[in-house]
Design a protein around this ligand. Sequence first.
Ligand SMILES: *Cc1c(COP(=O)(O)O)cnc(C)c1O
Length: 377
Amino acid sequence: MTAVRGAEAVVDLTAIADNVAALREHVGGRDVMAVVKADGYGHGIVEAARAARRGGATWLGVAFLEEALALRAAGDRGPILSWLAVPGERYDEALEAGVEVAAYSTAQLDEIAAAGSAGRPVAVQLKLDSGLGRGGAQPAEWERMVAAAVRHEAAGRVEVTGLWSHLACSDEPAHPSIAEQSAAFDAAVQSASDAGLEPRHLHLANSGAVLRQPDTWHTLVRPGIAVYGVSPFADGSNPVPLRPAMTLRAQVALVKDVPAGQGVSYGLTYRTEAATRLALVPLGYGDGVPRHASNRGPVLVGGRRHRVAGRVCMDQFVVDIGDTEVRAGDPVVLFGDPSRGEPSAHDWAQAAETIGYEIVTRVGARVPRLHIGAAGS
Ligand SMILES: *Cc1c(COP(=O)(O)O)cnc(C)c1O
């Protein structure tokens, strides 16, 4: 595949397994739900899930039922929660596949219950909107949804296995909203308990909170980006030693000499200051390299850090390598492991004014994934 495309995303499954193990230890052995939505944040959902299980993830989390069913089709038999549905969702298929689903409203819970039957309940986890203002039931609706859950449980149509919510600012440690959302969640758990619901799983923490907010851990944590070794924080820090799982690299397609004053790439936004050499890299925004990182994105080539020269194109970009020893066919790394001197996904996020999540997740389907490491079989 490398020979065909000249570029690949190398995914180290040992890093994923080790990261999950490190996170699990960090949260004192609580259950870990490794989030593998969006093709495992671009790393390959099936491979990432297998590696996460090997590292000790008792749960897998996905956004869509299709993702959960893909995991089942690949042989995964462990607990999976799928949390984003639209009306008409095939809850019968979730039930058949043993995939747990989320209820965001009383109406949705009724729809879920309709797929269950006395003695064959659908496992459902009730979601509170504790302040993110995205999915989940508002506190004002919570009591009604809980009452409906109690009714459907008594009829044997659903089994409430969890209560959960999602944080707005876990990437900003000690942001006041974290305590406010925690308090709202605690109150919702209490009112569910008063109504007679005592589900086994209570969960709130995504990566930022898993790493820095122990009071949010409850019985289960839901790390996503940390599983892949990318920091959720704006400063790129990682209080738990994690290894980046993905390395995005390519082979230099062409090296050539150019004179001073040579314009480079569409719009001629870069001009060489002196006679120099340019290296052509066969990756572009069609592969997920952000065009917004034009003239900024860092690469490691010929043992040195350089920046993208000019605009990132659909299939390619150019690097002004000066006197760095580089030949066509040499490797160029866009991001990988900074401990090997490579730029990080976080560095690219800064260059593109986005977050590391987007950098790894948007690596395009045209880039072959090469899975390496102990969990690869
Ligand atoms: C994506 C997602 C997560 C994981 O978030 P990270 O910040 O990547 O750890 C956890 N929970 C929900 C509901 C999500 O949508």
